[in-house]
Design a protein around this ligand. Structure first.
Ligand code: NDP
Ligand code: OXD
Length: 314
């Protein structure tokens, strides 16, 4: 009988524990820091584990991230040499598509303006550019990026994408590498960031990048939507860009420090939408079955899916 240990910090663990206990069959499920013989632990399912903890389990077979991103895991310099698996699940992906499409539409339909008008009980219609005249550029064309591209196209936006490796995606103009990024940016009215946080992407959303975005255009200036990771963005640069019109507005779901400190000027900024890192929340009702299916595959001697490349960091 195998043992699964849940190590969860920063999220409410109870729903995860009860869902795992429901679906784990005759396997034992424990919640860290409950005392379990470290030698008995076969699988760990983690969100922000204490660094060094996983190295204390000598018979570990695999590590499962409870989210799509694994930067929280890879910060640990003492990770045991076992496969790391991340979540790829239609529930998580659909949530992200909803977030990205909603925020692109909020900017295209000038909802900040209409919110302000509502507060003043003012009835006034403004010209609304059609989505096909707005070019959305997606940085990160993996699972989330590709699904978001389809969602954006479905409501009429013109979509382009940027990834590390070369790919062909029907109906999406694709760019790669540094030179490709410049080409994406100069034509982009709404920049969506769905990159993982790695050594190569840290701080990529900074002032000199914002300056390369398309000027003018149907929306009057470029918008930023970041639902990747807070470490991808330089918040002082976002504030500066908003202040001088280099950015016309932003939707931010992730932040350099989470929760976003009360002192951050982003909270009260009239051009910014803020959400508490819930663009695509991990829901145990959907995701535990996905992880259990992977554990069953592993126990049957089949390869684990969605393994992380430690060198690339995602
Ligand atoms: P994937 O691994 O499927 O996709 C990552 C994409 O980023 C790939 O297209 C990859 O390129 C590209 N990429 C990585 N590094 C570079 C680079 N240096 N230059 C250019 N492109 C690069 O991840 P997902 O789509 O599943 O998730 C993306 C991120 O979304 C997660 O890592 C996480 O941080 C974030 N996330 C946020 C959530 C939230 O609630 N805010 C919820 C879920 C995820 P290539 O295709 O060539 O490999
Ligand atoms: C994730 C997240 O990576 O919730 O899944 O941020």
């Amino acid at each position: 009988m195998s043992t699964i240990l849940l190590v969860i910090q920063g999220w409410e663990p109870d729903a995860w524990l009860s869902r795992f206990r429901l679906l784990a069959g005759n396997r034992e499920v424990a919640l860290w820091p409950e005392a379990v013989d470290p030698a008995r632990i076969d699988y760990v399912c983690v969100w922000r584990q204490p660094p060094g903890l996983l190295a204390t389990f000598p018979n570990l077979k695999a590590i499962f991230s409870l989210g799509a991103g694994v930067d929280h895991l890879l910060q640990d310099t003492k990770l045991p040499d076992v496969p790391i698996v991340r979540i790829v699940d239609s529930d998580l992906t659909q949530r992200m598509v909803g977030y990205v499409v909603m925020h692109a539409l909020l900017h295209q339909r000038q909802m900040k303006l209409y919110d302000a008008q509502q507060k003043e009980r003012r009835w006034r219609e403004h010209y609304e550019p059609p989505p096909c005249e707005i070019r959305v550029g997606i940085m990160g064309m993996g699972v989330m990026g590709q699904a978001a591209a389809k969602g954006l196209q479905a409501v009429g936006f013109s979509v382009a994408g940027w990834s590390r490796s070369v790919k062909n995606i029907a109906g999406v103009e694709m760019f790669f590498g540094e030179a490709g990024l410049e080409k994406l940016l100069v034509q982009t009215n709404i920049l969506v960031c769905l990159l993982p946080l790695t050594l190569a992407t840290k701080g990529i959303l900074r002032y000199d990048l914002f300056r390369k975005l398309a000027r003018g255009g149907a929306l009057g200036g470029p918008f930023l939507i970041n639902a990747g990771r807070g470490g991808l963005q330089v918040e002082d640069d976002i504030l500066r860009a908003l202040q001088n019109g280099t950015l016309a507005g932003a939707s931010l779901d992730v932040f350099e420090i989470e929760p976003l400190p009360l002192s951050s000027a982003l909270w009260a900024h009239s051009k910014v939408y803020i959400t508490p890192h819930n663009a695509a929340s991990s829901d145990p009702r959907a995701l535990v079955g996905n992880i259990m299916a992977q554990i069953e595959r592993h126990e049957r001697g089949k390869p684990l899916q969605n393994q992380v490349d430690r060198k690339l960091g995602y």
